[in-house]
Design a protein around this ligand. Structure first.
Ligand SMILES: Cc1ccc(-n2nc(C(C)(C)C)cc2NC(=O)NCCCNC(=O)OC(C)(C)C)cc1
Length: 409
């Protein structure tokens, strides 16, 4: 059998994702990396247990019949095939046809962004329970310490990337699954309060200070800072370093407003606290833009005083996550041994243990506009398609840089 026949033979033997699952009308996410659908196995499909799945369509640039997998698709598949942990999203299957690649995951109805949004808007149920917060944190640290022990950094931990399994599954109800949804980077969205900020707009709220000072080394400590921000947000339901200004992604990660927000919340870093501060690439700019005296009275305790967190194990642990000097920040392994996780209420493998789940299911997104865009892309010559496929943040947009006065709180 020559090549072409073999391919054709393979083609019609291969399971088609459209024949196995109902999903087209159930789009739940769309981002830089592709679109995600909630998928339900068709009745005749005995291959897959009757539960719902997340089906991620990866856009492949189809150039003269060759399938060119984007860099990010290769990275995601290579990474996820190696990883297996109960607190990480699990890649079940990969489907390919001439023009597309589909990744099949177990479905998670909830995530921490959705849980926080529910409590922010609720009059009667304003905070997640202590047990829920502790279980989410404990399971998050189990997932992250698995990643860090395998020398993998997440680098974009935020509430929307911490998924939680809902009622659907008996054995995995309330199980945290860390993922990376790679949401589209939208800029200049109209200024919104954080209550209804959608998870797809880029935020710097979870970025460690060394990142904002353009450190050349991504480290595990950067993930720990982000988890600290998520922990503070679970305790207060407010983003700790909320910053209404969404700036265009400039060439350097230096972001004055975000740094100002951190210093206003935590105080200005002292050299004796952070020995290596002077070695940071943006140290000169820091000293030019900020007067440390302006933050004298600022501290985490002062900022969180209204949440009555002083002298609690939560606060003591939070301070260890939000340590300015990355070399002094607690590791995931150490965090798991902290007394906070050995006091009542103990963490539970079902984060929703003992409670009815009040959080709403995911909303389905409209489908037609993306369809047109995808079809439209098929007609474009590859070069333009390439251009179109570069995520927004890499296309230098005409940012208006105005000279602002020196930062005063
Ligand atoms: C390019 C690239 C994109 C994502 C990932 N990645 N990395 C990780 C680890 C390392 C955190 C486990 C996980 C992923 N990928 C994903 O999490 N993909 C999620 C696809 C399923 N999407 C999904 O379940 O979305 C809803 C909206 C239903 C929650 C890697 C590389």
């Amino acid at each position: 059998m020559i090549g072409r026949e073999f391919i054709a033979e393979l083609e019609n033997k291969r399971e088609k994702v459209e024949n196995l699952f109902n999903f087209e009308k159930f789009k739940v996410g769309s981002g830089t990396y592709g679109q995600v659908f909630q998928a339900f196995p068709k009745t005749k499909n005995k291959l897959f247990p009757k539960k719902s799945y997340a089906l991620k369509l990866i856009e492949c640039i189809d150039h003269k019949q060759n399938m060119i997998l984007s860099m990010s698709a290769c990275r995601e598949i290579a990474l996820l095939r190696e990883l297996k942990h109960e607190n990480l999203i699990q890649l079940n299957r990969i489907f390919t046809d001439q023009r597309k690649v589909w990744l099949l995951f177990d479905y998670c109805e909830h995530d921490i962004w959705q849980i926080l949004t529910y409590h922010r808007k609720s009059e009667t149920d304003k905070f997640p329970s202590k047990g829920l917060v502790k279980s989410l944190m404990f399971q998050m640290f189990q997932g992250i310490s698995y990643l860090h022990n395998n020398w993998i950094l997440h680098r974009d931990l935020k509430p929307a990337n911490i998924l939680v399994v809902g009622e659907g599954s008996k054995i995995e109800r309330g199980r945290v699954k860390i993922g990376d949804m790679g949401f589209a980077r939208l800029f200049n969205s109209p200024l919104k309060t954080f209550v209804d900020i959608d998870p797809v707009v880029v935020t710097f709220w979870y970025r460690a200070p060394e990142l904002l000072l353009d450190t050349k080394h991504y480290t595990k400590a950067i993930d720990i800072w982000a988890i600290g921000c998520i922990f503070a947000e679970l305790l207060s339901t407010k983003p700790l370093f909320y910053n209404e200004e969404e700036k265009l992604e400039t060439s350097t990660p230096y972001n004055r407003e975000q740094l100002h927000k951190i210093f206003t919340t935590m105080g200005f870093p002292k050299i004796e606290e952070w020995h290596n501060l002077k070695a940071m690439p943006c140290y000169e700019r820091l000293t030019k833009d900020f007067a440390s005296a302006a933050y004298e009275k600022r501290s985490l305790a002062a900022t969180l005083s209204k949440y009555k967190l002083q002298n609690t194990s939560e606060f003591r642990l939070l301070e260890k996550f939000l340590t300015m000097d990355p070399t002094k920040r607690i590791t995931a392994e150490e965090a798991l041994k902290d007394s906070y996780f050995y006091e009542e209420p103990l963490p539970n493998a079902d984060a929703f243990y003992g409670m009815k789940i009040p959080y709403p299911p995911r909303k389905y997104l409209p489908n037609e506009e993306n369809n047109n865009r995808t079809q439209h892309q098929q007609q474009l010559p590859p070069r333009q398609q390439q251009q179109q496929n570069i995520p927004l943040q890499q296309i230098p947009l005409p940012g208006i840089v105005k000279q602002e006065p020196r930062i005063q709180p």
